[in-house]
Every structure is written in structure tokens, then in C-alpha cells.
Design a protein. Structure first.
Length: 148
């Protein structure tokens, strides 16, 4: 396990213990894990993103708290909420993160997520780069609509 994985696991554990919301002090966490604060920033900015279902709020002063919250979707219309948030263009990493979130929230099955991820990959969408995102968004929206 590298330091980024350790930081991520530690934050996930704090979120789990605190019912999806955690406040951390960057400097204290860095000291506890034996790393530099910029590594904490890197992990938070790359692994705790909106696409992955988190909101992050950084507070300066008083030791520099970072508040991380797991976004909870309403259960009755989650898929429609996601479809409406996709837009006209989406990259593969964002589409994959959305599908993994839906799977983690038990909105779709793991198998459904894996099938959709495979269909949306750049290996399958061999169009020019500027056209892939548009087709990927259309495909993702259509596949999700079939689940409603």
C-alpha cells in the first residue's frame, strides 16, 4: 500500500465511523500518518471528488480543518437525478466514478456497473477524442434510463 492508499483508507474509516461526515485537521493527519500535508491535499482532491460522491469544504484558520461529507442521494429518484446531472459530454473517469457510486449505494448491481463501464471505455469508443465524450454521455444516460 502506498501513502495515498493509506490516507484514503484512513479517511474512509473516519467517514464510516462518523456516519458519512468527517472533519480532519490536515497537519495532524499528516503527522499521524508520517507524511506531508500536501499528500493529504492530493488524496482529497483526487479521491474525494463530487463525481465520487463527496463534498469537501476547506476551512482556513484554527488549524485548517477539512470537512468531507458523503453525498446521499434520495432513493426514489436517484437515477433520474444522476441522468439530469450528466450534461452533454462526460469523460471516462467521471462516468466510471458515477457508476461506481451508484453501485456503492446499491442503486445498481456490480454487474450492471461493470457492463456499463466496459461499454463506455475509450477502447470501445474509437471516435476522435472531441466526439467520445458526447457519445459517452448519450450512452450512459440511455443505459441508466433503461433501469428506471
Amino acid at each position: 500500500m502506498n501513502i495515498s492508499d493509506i490516507i484514503e483508507a484512513f479517511i474512509h474509516e473516519k467517514l464510516k465511523d462518523a456516519n458519512g461526515k468527517a472533519e480532519i485537521r490536515r497537519n495532524e493527519l499528516a503527522e499521524h500518518l508520517g507524511c506531508v500535508p500536501s499528500q493529504i491535499n492530493y488524496v482529497i482532491s483526487t479521491r474525494f471528488t463530487t463525481e465520487r460522491g463527496y463534498t469537501v469544504e476547506s476551512r482556513r484558520g484554527g488549524g485548517g480543518y477539512i470537512s468531507i461529507k458523503r453525498v446521499v442521494y434520495p432513493t426514489d429518484n436517484t437515477i433520474m437525478h444522476v441522468v439530469n446531472s450528466i450534461g452533454d459530454d462526460i469523460d471516462f473517469a467521471s462516468a466510471k466514478a458515477i457508476l461506481r457510486n451508484l453501485w456503492e449505494y446499491d442503486v445498481i448491481s456490480r454487474r450492471e456497473a461493470e457492463i456499463m463501464i466496459s461499454v463506455l471505455s475509450d477502447r470501445v469508443l474509437t471516435l476522435p477524442r472531441d466526439q467520445r465524450g458526447v457519445l459517452r454521455a448519450r450512452l450512459l444516460k440511455n443505459m441508466l434510463m433503461q433501469l428506471t
